[in-house]
Design a protein around this ligand. Structure first.
Ligand code: SER
Length: 607
């Protein structure tokens, strides 16, 4: 089976069950301030999970591109990836547990669909705690489907609960499906701790709303959110020991092996490494090889993620999304150096990635030049930093007999040297180098996790209230810009967080102070006029004929939603919006600047 066949089967199965296909949303969320990247199929659907009507209906199916960096230390094992595709089916207040579970089981095991073996399937359900009861319904449904009750694990919130995305919002128990990938027969009893049971699919039953007080209220609209990992499932279907042996990685791995003159890649060897059995091996040679295999995988994973992010026009930088992108590229370069690749190489790794995905994700080919250019540029910048780091290492070595783990970690922090590379480069490292390094890293990770958790602190519900206001303000802003600057103004990008809106638009010159003032005045005038925001659904053709503007029309398929604000602005848009502009407060432009040739950017706040 090819990956495209798997995507198609999923669509065919769920459209036959009455679902409408919706396209993948971008990796860089348009109006969601709570995440840096789209991490699951549910993210772009949050307004609809909260009750907003979706123009395609109540039953949806999608393949969503996702980026997750939380598991970055696990990348390189058989199943964890930074970029992955998530197959998902959705009920927005339509069907619930019975259909979700029975359809999951049918799709996985029926010969007509994936035809996986029932004997190798296990599941988990929520065990219950003080906040919500044991998920008896899910248990009861699975009992009739899996080969024995010993294959159903009851697990706590830590494992079997999803959401809320912030501190408050929709959430609920989930039920996960696992498949046995071991070489032996699947054990009678399901042990979720055994990594030979691979999680492939998660059915989330959103039936609660977590309140500010920490209570779990039963939701009016009960949703189903499912997520199946495409790469994992695909590896299992093709009997491959890891995702890196599938067609979604093979070509990429091959290019890296050639660049590193490591043609003798053995996948069975990685299984040993991942099972942990050779970590304690005395044989140095084996350990060194394991590290090299791991490096190849990390490079393949990181450059794939970087290519997909670059394809959406983002550049590496030192803040937020740009910083994540920078780290991915630099981490790959470091592992490349560790493999002995001493020239610019990441753009070469990008070639097979674009080749594998260009038919499914046309943005890759469309932005090929930009992607390559950015990779080359970032690699050059980083090489200079690395040179400085090496100099620093030599200075340290002149002063000390050996490099300690703490010093190694400082080098990692300042110059991005990975542990393996320091060990390799240093003439001598101290006896407990690894241990000290790992401890320092762990402490650092805990700190940065706390810092990034701050981003979600206000909770989804609070954030979305602010985001909704900014979203409506963005519509007013676009129309005001068109009034003041002319019809050449078109949306090039939009981003909202809890502090401000950011709007990119086509326009050839810097705006004058008078023009900025005029735009501000118009938006405030419209706010003061207390205009209602109104929603109408229509066909795309009707929307265009009515004069509605909108850049992302293709995202919504045939039927679209058109939001009017009084009779001032009319846009094709998924929503949501405030009911009345008087909710917005006072609008102020805080910055107007160039983004690139012919594209300007405005940052504005509501006070
Ligand atoms: N939101 C759930 C997940 O990401 C199911 O899609 O696992």
């Amino acid at each position: 089976m090819t990956a495209q066949e798997l995507r198609k089967k999923y669509f065919d199965f769920f459209t036959a069950k009455g679902h409408k296909i919706i396209p993948s949303a971008p990796l860089i969320p348009e109006n969601d301030p709570t995440v840096l990247f789209t991490t699951a199929g549910m993210h772009p659907l949050i307004p609809f999970l909260l009750g907003e009507r979706h123009p395609a209906g109540k039953k949806l199916v999608s393949v969503q591109k996702c980026i997750r960096t939380a598991d970055i230390e696990e990348v390189g094992d058989d199943t964890h990836l930074t970029f992955f595709e998530m197959l998902g089916n959705w009920s927005l207040g339509d069907y619930f547990k019975k259909e979700a579970i029975e359809w999951s089981f049918e799709f996985l095991t029926s010969k007509k669909w994936l035809g996986l073996e029932k004997e190798k399937l296990a599941v988990s359900v929520f065990a219950g705690d003080k906040d919500a009861p044991f998920d008896e319904e899910a248990y009861g449904l699975w009992k009739n489907l899996v080969i024995s009750e010993k294959r159903i694990a009851k697990l706590p919130k830590k494992n079997n609960w999803w959401g809320p995305a912030g501190e408050t919002g929709p959430c609920g128990p989930d039920s996960e499906m696992f498949y046995w990938i071991g070489q032996t027969e699947a054990p009678e009893i399901f042990d979720p701790e055994d990594s030979q049971w691979v999680e492939i699919w998660n059915d989330v039953f959103m039936q609660y709303n977590k309140t500010k007080e920490g209570k779990y209220e039963v939701l009016k609209q009960q949703n189903v959110d499912t997520g199946m990992g495409l790469e994992r499932t695909f590896a299992i279907l093709n009997n491959e020991p890891s995702v890196y042996e599938t067609e979604l990685f093979k070509g990429i791995v091959l290019v890296i092996r050639k660049l590193a003159s490591l043609e003798d890649y053995e996948s069975s060897f990685d299984r040993l490494y991942n099972a942990g059995s050779i970590v304690n091996q005395e044989v140095d040679n084996l350990k060194e090889r394991a590290e090299k295999m791991l490096s190849i995988r990390i490079i393949a994973d990181h450059i794939k993620a970087a290519v997909f992010i670059l394809a959406e026009g983002l550049e590496p930088s030192n803040t937020e999304r740009g910083y994540v992108l920078r780290r991915l590229i630099r981490r790959a370069v470091r592992y490349g150096k560790f493999l002995g690749i001493n020239r610019s190489f990441t753009f070469q790794v990008a070639q097979p990635i674009i080749g594998i995905y260009q038919d499914v994700y046309p943005e890759l080919l469309k932005n090929k030049d930009f992607i390559e250019e950015q990779l080359i540029r970032e690699e050059e910048k980083f090489s200079k930093t690395l040179e400085q780091g090496l100099k620093e290492l030599r200075v340290l070595e002149n002063q000390l007999a050996s490099i300690t783990g703490r010093q190694g970690f400082d080098l990692y922090q300042s110059y991005g040297f990975p542990k393996e590379m320091i060990r390799e480069e240093a003439r001598k490292v101290s006896e407990n180098f690894d241990q000290e390094f790992d401890e320092a890293l762990k402490k650092h990770q805990e700190l940065s996790r706390t810092a990034s958790a701050g981003m979600f602190k206000a909770g989804l519900a609070d954030h979305s209230e602010i985001a909704i206001k900014y979203h409506t303000a963005t519509h007013l802003l676009q129309q005001a810009l068109r009034d003041v600057l002319g019809r050449e103004v078109g949306q090039k990008g939009s981003n909202i967080n809890a502090e401000r809106l950011r709007f990119d638009f086509s326009y050839g010159q810097k705006m004058t102070a008078e023009q900025i003032k005029k735009v501000e005045d118009i938006v405030n005038e419209k706010i003061n006029e207390a205009l209602p925001a109104m929603l109408k659904e229509m066909s795309l053709a009707e929307a265009k004929a009515s004069g509605a503007i909108g850049l992302f029309a293709e995202k919504y398929g045939d039927r679209v939603k058109v939001y009017s604000i009084g009779d001032y602005s009319k846009e094709i848009c998924g929503g949501p919006h405030v009911q009345n502009t008087k909710e917005l407060g006072h609008f102020k432009i805080i910055k107007e600047e160039a983004v690139s040739q012919g594209v300007r950017r405005i940052k504005a706040v509501l006070e």
